[in-house]
Design a protein around this ligand. Structure first.
Ligand SMILES: *Cc1c(COP(=O)(O)O)cnc(C)c1O
Length: 252
């Protein structure tokens, strides 16, 4: 974890400045897209940064926080709760089935369900260890590369896809579970793609998806480098780490 090298007041000022820049970027992107600013939620991705930063962000009005590894997120969520912080935790990273039980203990939203097997494991954990449904976004692959993360929305020209990874099957497993609520889709622009091209394709996938799941309207897309393009193509949640908290010392 990155140790804070600044005093608390200096760090607060730094985060406030970063937040002002991000809020301005979001507002400008909404204006450019003709969208209402209220349609877009900022999720601050605090991976590698300490619980004290989550608390400072909370004091600046940011209560939607994202993490990508359970090993780091679970103790951070405990520390923030112990300090009296009220945070909505978004789990945005690759999730292993043996971590589901831990994740359902603190997460309010999981953005990264991309297989039927994972959906079932998460549903079972939520069933046992929660008293209300867990919001789930199905992570979808924009480029259809089965070797990378994301459920697949196959185009008819492509070959057969294992049912475990089919977007329609994953969504059905979430929607039919009882302990999970299908809230929408999440994606990451593939490496080497122009963000606008990636998010345009995502918007098409999302539009088709909502025909079958009209209440699953969340679209989590866009990060520090490409939030404008994502908002232009309908993102409702942008996941911003480095542009808000600073460059991470490790690349993840
Ligand atoms: C780290 C991470 C982000 C934030 O990335 P930045 O480029 O630092 O804004 C967003 N989404 C996921 C899934 C991440 O792992």
């Amino acid at each position: 974890m990155t140790e804070p090298t600044l005093g608390r007041e200096e760090r607060r000022a730094e985060l406030a400045a970063g937040l002002a820049r991000i809020r301005a970027r979001i507002a400008d992107a909404c204006a450019a897209a003709g969208r209402d600013r209220g349609e877009v939620t900022l999720v601050a991705v605090t991976k590698t940064y300490p619980a004290s930063d989550v608390e400072l962000l909370g004091s600046l009005g940011v209560t939607e926080v994202g993490e990508n590894r359970d090993q780091e997120a679970a103790p951070k969520a405990r520390a923030v709760a112990a300090a009296g912080g009220r945070v909505t935790w978004h789990f945005v990273g690759q999730l292993q089935r043996n971590k589901c039980r831990s994740v359902v203990g603190y997460a309010d939203v999981v953005h990264s369900v991309d297989s039927v097997r994972l959906a079932r494991a998460l549903a079972e954990a939520a069933q046992r260890h929660r008293d209300r449904p867990l919001d789930v976004l199905v992570q979808v692959s924009i480029d259809g590369d089965a070797a990378r993360g994301g459920a697949l929305a196959p185009d008819p020209a492509a070959g057969a896809v294992e049912p475990d990874r089919l977007l329609a099957e994953v969504a059905a497993a979430v929607a039919g579970s009882g302990s999970l609520r299908l809230a929408g889709l999440m994606a990451v622009a593939p490496l080497g793609w122009q963000p606008a091209a990636a998010f345009e394709r995502l918007a098409g996938i999302a539009a088709r998806f909502r025909v079958d799941h009209p209440t699953a309207t969340a679209l989590s897309a866009g990060m520090s480098a490409d939030l404008e393009e994502a908002i232009g193509y309908g993102a409702t949640h942008v996941r911003v780490g480095s542009a808000l908290l600073g460059k991470r010392s490790t690349l993840r």
